[in-house]
Design a protein around this ligand. Sequence first.
Ligand code: HAM
Length: 427
Amino acid sequence: MAPKHQAPRGTRDLLPDETALWRMVEAQARGVLERYGYGEIRTPMFEDYELFARSAGESSDVVQKEMYRFRDLGDRDLALRPEFTAGVMRAYLEHGLGGRARVHRLWSMGPVFRYGRPQKGRYRQFAQLNCELVGSAASGADVEMIALFVDLYEAWGFPDLTVLVNSVGQPATRRAYGDRLREWLAPVRGQLGADSQQRLVTNPLRVLDTKDEGDLALLAGLGTMPRLVDTLDAEDRAHWDDVRAGLEAAGIAYEIDHGLVRGLDYYTRTAFEVHDRSLGAQSALGGGGRYDGLIEMLGGPPTPGVGFAIGLDRALLVLEQRGVRADNSRTVCLVAMEGTRAAATALARELRREFAVETDVDARGFSAQMKAAGKSGARWLVVLGEDEWKRGEVALKDSETGAQVTLARTALADALRERMRDRGEDR
Ligand code: HAM
């Protein structure tokens, strides 16, 4: 019989096998964030609709088509967050953080909501890891941000991703550039898809963001695209040059992508993204940039900022495709015989003060337990044979190397500790 209810379209359940990998990825990220001196900020999952509409931009897809907007029982106009930045800046102002320190480094992790068309790597509820550096207009802040961005992926085992960077200037520069783009696109205007035609009117830069194959072919057939960086004013130009020099000095590989415009309206100057081609159309693993006008737009004093968000679902998809599994190097599986079951229960309790321990609660036979241990992926196997137990001994097996030793039961915890430390896995 089919179940009566299913998870809403565009949402998914993560089962224990999957959450184990998620937790590993989250823990690795927390380590990197801590080493960069970032503090965690947790903001509500919903805010006033107006906050998101103003910050992301009325003409952005996120506001136009993707917002989970609702009225609560008190008739408030609210929306589930489609991203973190707006809420984090709202909190920054509400708590007067700007008055407490010049620079704030803030990170958040959790679900965000966008009503898009679901497909692989695109969900209506997905998770982001979001970082913001608020209070510095210096190019060094952009460079630190991009370094953190890259180092997070590196910690997850994405060794050779390239960051795409561009400068999107100021709103006025973009308006002027938009006019040049309209001219450039004029010959194919009537052939573009409906979405791009609409964008050509409201925000021509967004045409560059199209995923439509037909549109992309038309763009490719046009002559050399005018470049946004060629229309930057002197200060933005100097900032752009400094950011690139800083990235080079930091040894961060990057490519300039003149078509990179980002989907949210608040960006100024630096914009960046990371892509992974194995994801197909939804290839953006993460992105961000500078947003020097955002806090002022939300009613605060002029305050520069730069940040990014990583789409965790997409990062996890890539890791799963590559066969990365959760770290079981600290997991011990106890296998007991008929005569050692009671002892195994006590031993498991004792070891659980320090280690992750799995045991069989069903009193199954030896081979069923061994099979389950293999499936669980536990790195360490402790077998409590009846004769050995009588002698005060247990067998310890490393399931990765197959090496097995018999040792005194009293020496077991020390032996496990030592082995985990030897492998640099004592984290
Ligand atoms: P964004 O580029 O809109 O930036 O989103 C960041 C990442 O979230 C994307 O690169 C992608 O990996 C992931 N993502 C977006 N939509 C979906 C979806 N429907 N399903 C799965 N993953 C998705 C921002 O959100 C900005 N707030 C980043 C930022 C922070 N800029 C400055 N500070």
